[in-house]
Design a binder for this molecule. Structure first.
Ligand code: ATP
Length: 227
């Protein structure tokens, strides 16, 4: 039986640098929404991400590209609070803010690619994530940790935190506000923002890896050129 998402359905959250947003991100949001019966997915571009080098393009450009990519799809919302904040972007404080906004009972589902999930123990206050949201983990080409292959691939701390939370039934996400870890399969897409930046820097085409309006924006604003 399929359930029709409502405003009380679990809300998906997809954070990222989106430097630039591409079809891997959009399919991740779309397939998670469908597979997990999410009411909507909220994309949260990071302002100043703490664990990586400064993004190539400004927060304002990355936000503008996310808005262009999601325009016309009411199931994809854009949260600009990290971009507008001058503080470092950490996921736990963002989830705490969303909890205050949406209440203690609304199921929240943090959507991560397998690479991001494996890196969780380097995140600020990562263990608090489980008290604030569920985590849905998608496969990503080139990144091993997914589904049954988790044991032995994840760090011991993450494996231990995941073991008792592992869930294979999407319907369970709606029954509690947070705390489950659910692997799900999406169409494997070997697209990354770094691949797109590299292609553009060498003057090659990135067409069909990202939405045309985003590519047009990149051209208009001379982003990702080598000089
Ligand atoms: P970069 O290449 O600059 O590291 P990226 O393409 O990984 O960037 P991010 O904005 O860092 O993009 O990713 C945001 C989230 O989207 C992460 O959870 C990441 O795992 C996920 N993601 C990005 N691309 C894909 C993809 N092709 N398939 C599955 N998940 C993806």
């Amino acid at each position: 039986m399929t359930t029709t998402p409502t405003e009380h359905s679990p809300l998906g959250l997809l954070g990222g640098t989106f430097d630039p947003i591409h079809l891997g991100h959009l399919r991740l949001a779309e397939e998670a929404r469908e597979a997990l019966a999410l009411g909507a997915v909220r994309l949260i571009p990071a302002g100043q991400p703490p664990h990586r080098e400064a993004p190539s393009s400004s927060a304002a450009d990355r936000l503008a590209m996310v808005r262009l990519a999601t325009a016309g799809n009411p199931a994809l919302e854009v949260d600009d609070s990290e971009v507008l904040s001058s503080a470092h972007s950490y996921t736990v404080p963002t989830l705490e803010r969303l909890r205050r906004e949406l209440g203690a009972q609304r199921p929240l589902v943090l959507i991560l690619g397998a690479d991001a999930f494996a890196g969780l123990p380097s995140w600020h206050r990562w263990e608090a994530l489980f008290t604030l949201a569920h985590i849905a983990v998608a496969n990503r080409p080139g990144h091993a940790p997914h589904g049954r292959r988790w044991p032995g691939v994840l760090s011991a701390a993450l494996e231990a935190a995941t073991r008792t939370r592992l869930c294979r039934e999407p319907a369970r996400l709606a029954a509690q506000p947070a705390g489950l870890v659910l692997p799900f399969d999406m169409t494997p897409l070997g697209i990354s923002a770094s691949l797109i930046r590299d292609l553009l820097a060498q003057g090659s085409s990135a067409r069909y890896l990202l939405p045309d309006p985003v590519l047009d924006y990149i051209g208009l604003h001379h982003l990702y050129r080598r000089n």
